[in-house]
Design a protein around this ligand. Sequence first.
Ligand code: CAA
Length: 257
Amino acid sequence: MNYENIIVEVHGAVGLIRLNRPKALNALNSALISELNVALDDFEKDRAIGALVLTGSEKAFAAGADIKELQALTYMDAYLSDTIASWERLSFFRKPAIAAVAGFALGGGCELAMMCDYILAAENAKFGQPEIKLGIMPGAGGTQRLTRAVGKAKAMEMCLTGRLMDAQEAEKAGLVARIVPADKLVEEAMLAATSIADKSLPIAMQIKDCINSAQEMTLTQGVKFERRNFHAAFATEDQKEGMAAFIAKRPAHFRDR
Ligand code: CAA
């Protein structure tokens, strides 16, 4: 497929998607989201892909939903077409996904980053849910995922005032996993994704599934779900290989089976 709003690359076993509407600071319009969803479908189906990196530019991961596209929307348009619902595709992506965020990650941009499994932030990253300044509210999970990531007080403050959080504060608050120099952001994210893709894909997918379930289940249910997945790991060839390699003091070669 010829993409106009994203750039899709494959580096070894890692899929790299760059949001690419530089003139609009990667504002997320429906064409971009449709293209993103096609790329996600393709990477999910591709057995050779073990992890995904989603990034933007040095100035903006994404400055939110495209305000020019939303401006004329009526309630009935929004309700009947279920506006924004298709954005959730990323949150159902089954393989590990890292958001590499430099510059602005605002509104839908912050929400998209939070749909990834974790966020690596450049020193210049800025996160925020400024929708209230536009007379709307977050609509792609901001009130839910931000609250789970940083707690009620900071989520309330950010969503109610529109205040932006810099990379340092975001790391301290638990929104981002790690801060890296801006000029090394994609390189670091690709290194991390390659390290994940070198492992067993089914096991990485089970880990992702279990950690995501921690936010949906009670502790007892979650621990039981984890234990069943732990047991299932012993049905894989990769478990035999990983443990044999450890004992033989050689690197493991996982084959995703
Ligand atoms: N939608 C459409 N266009 C946008 C945009 C957006 N979200 N954000 C930036 N742009 C465009 C600007 O209109 C401008 O285009 P023109 O050159 O044609 O005028 C271009 O990108 C550059 O932007 P600025 O001149 O504003 O750049 P700046 O460096 O002065 O400011 C900024 C950067 C602080 C990010 C500012 O652009 C801004 O506040 N953007 C809007 C952020 C926002 O409110 N996001 C939430 C959107 S709603 C949402 O996301 C809902 C949801 O939950 C899904």
